[in-house]
Design a protein around this ligand. Structure first.
Ligand SMILES: C[S@@+](CC[C@H](N)C(=O)[O-])C[C@H]1O[C@@H](n2cnc3c(N)ncnc32)[C@H](O)[C@@H]1O
Length: 197
């Protein structure tokens, strides 16, 4: 299982955002691209992937590769799945997730609880431009990749991550967009560490 946790630090926590102005909605355009980069292949879905979007440390939307339906490559329809999830935020009580469309669920939890849950099933690996070079280390069997959005991960998130991080890996010398980093991370695993093509 490959898990991705994408931290949307300025992401909306209500459904009151326009699908016509996704960059203004806490960079929902980028967050939506992270979802599709993690879950979609050209003509298929990566069933062994689970992706979490942490929204302003208040809510988390989870996408299950094995179950998700109606996930398309465009940002707008993916953002619509997030918006539909947030429309049901009052149904998310305590830490119990509410399924808002097939394979998509919303829970009232922030980064730490999401990370704690994901870490039970894998190795927590922060993707960062400063880290151990990916081609010099073994890809974890069950990675839990942690990425920030368009900005540096805030110190409150870093403090939490410090308690869970098992690896910090760089995918190259350039600072990538988070969705680009997800694509390269998949390639790292798909090729068994850039070895098998
Ligand atoms: C725009 S970058 C933000 C970078 C920022 N310095 C930070 O503190 O995370 C968004 C995310 O893409 C990932 N990323 C960008 N470039 C990367 C690289 N060269 N290697 C690994 N991950 C990278 C990181 O997870 C990063 O959090």
């Amino acid at each position: 299982m490959r898990q991705f946790i994408v931290v949307g630090q300025d992401a909306p926590t209500t459904d009151e955002f326009s699908l016509d102005a996704l960059p203004n909605a806490g960079r929902m355009d980028l967050l939506a691209r992270c979802v599709t980069a993690s879950l979609l292949l050209s003509h298929g879905i990566r069933e062994d992937v689970r992706t979490f979007l942490v929204l302003a440390d208040a809510f988390t939307v989870r996408f299950e590769g094995r179950e998700v339906r109606r996930l398309n490559p465009d940002e707008r329809s993916t953002a619509a799945l997030v918006r539909t999830a947030l429309a049901e935020r009052e149904e998310a009580i305590g830490h119990i997730p509410v399924e808002t469309s097939p394979g998509v669920s919303l829970s009232r939890v922030g980064f730490e609880t999401t990370l704690e849950t994901a870490a039970k099933d894998g190795t927590v690996c922060q993707l960062h431009e400063d880290g151990e070079p990916a081609n010099g280390c073994e890809p974890p069997a069950d990675p839990v990749f942690v990425l920030s959005d368009h900005q540096n991960l805030g110190e409150e998130y870093v403090a939490v991550l410090d308690g869970y991080r098992q690896q910090q890996v760089t995918l190259g010398p350039e600072r990538l967009h988070a969705d680009q980093a997800i694509t390269v991370a998949h390639n790292w695993l798909d090729t068994d560490g850039f070895e098998v093509y």
